[in-house]
Design a protein around this ligand. Structure first.
Ligand code: SIN
Length: 330
């Protein structure tokens, strides 16, 4: 209660300070924390947002970007945001389960055919509604950002689900992802992104799932001899801020920040599309990993084994939402 009163007071004070905006007053700092490298869709989006805000709201608002888990890992960032230690972040949709079960929808294996389908769903009323799914926890979803579809990397070639049996895979902190790997009789381990390279290098785990840009920028391909192009799941983000901070900004400043964020997201989405092709090609060119292309029959086996996970989570995410998301595939 005391914390809430203090935060509300801080929000009013922040708003009043910004409205007065005397030439000598200090700008409001937006710390944007993320876990990936700068040469990724999210890294590029955050830098674009910083550049736009710092240019357009010079003296009023200043964005500082902290990449590579420098400030907070994804497991801590939302807590830190509620305490006012960081103002913006864009965790993977798989990392919100402590705040809402609804976003688990996006983790269901083989739900989306491609990113265009993801986009159609996210921009629909049902998809936009999910941006509010964390509002009761004091957080506001400002928008979705794409990274791409996930691939399976491993120390062994994975062609059919039986090949994954008994292997250890790092996953993000998502029960759906845990169920997905249990479905193929593998062992899932929830670990922070910052630990993945070392876990793979030391062979503490056998594999992981990620997008081409994360596999490339974090050099996972250098320590994983095989990558199966499975496109079995989605890695997208929600850009979030705290309600206290957001509502504390004067309306005109908030509108400018929102506009800059929308432009930065559009830019990041363009980068995501480019990187899903370019980074894959760079991995192929490196000859460090063999890329395994599944035959339609092999792919059908993964779908058959993993798809029962949908039923397991239907009550938590809602059948209507699953139908709406799946219906966005054309
Ligand atoms: C990210 O892209 O933000 C991290 C994804 C992961 O934890 O695998």
């Amino acid at each position: 209660m005391f914390r809430k009163v203090c935060l509300s007071f801080a929000a009013v004070a922040l708003s009043a300070a910004l409205m007065a905006a005397p030439a000598f007053s200090k700008p409001v700092i937006i710390k944007f924390s993320h876990v990936v490298a700068e040469n990724t869709p999210k890294g590029q989006m955050a830098n674009k947002f910083r550049d736009l805000v710092n240019e357009r709201l010079k003296g009023k608002v200043e964005v500082e970007v902290y990449p590579n888990s420098q400030l907070f890992g994804d497991n801590k960032v939302l807590e830190a945001m509620l305490l006012g230690d960081v103002q913006m972040a864009a965790p993977a949709l798989s990392k919100f389960s402590r705040y809402t079960k609804k976003l688990q929808l996006f983790d269901l294996p083989f739900l989306f055919k491609d990113i265009a389908s993801v986009d159609r769903f996210q921009q629909s009323d049902a998809g936009k509604g999910l941006l509010n799914s964390i509002s009761k926890k004091g957080l506001i979803g400002l928008g979705y950002l794409h990274n791409g579809l996930k691939q399976l990397s491993s120390s062994k070639p994975l062609r059919v689900p039986a090949d994954a049996k008994g292997l250890k895979f790092r996953i993000m902190s998502s029960d759906v992802l845990a169920a997905q790997f249990k479905a193929v009789k593998a062992t899932p381990l929830k670990k922070p992104f910052s630990e993945v390279f070392t876990l793979l290098q030391t062979k503490a785990i056998d594999g992981q799932e990620n997008t081409w840009s994360n596999i490339y920028s974090k050099k996972f391909f250098e320590v994983q001899p095989y990558i199966t192009e499975s496109n079995h799941g989605l890695l997208d983000y929600m850009v979030v801020t705290s309600a206290e901070f957001w509502q504390g900004l004067p309306e005109d400043v908030r509108a400018e920040v929102k506009k800059a964020m929308e432009e930065a997201i559009a830019f990041g989405n363009k980068v995501a599309l480019e990187k899903s092709l370019d980074d894959k090609q760079k991995i192929i060119d490196s000859k460090r990993s063999e890329i395994i292309t599944l035959t339609p029959e092999q792919r059908a086996q993964w779908v058959e084994v993993m798809k029962p996970v949908w039923k397991e989570f239907e009550a938590q995410v809602g059948k209507d939402m699953i139908d709406a998301a799946y219906g966005s595939n054309k």
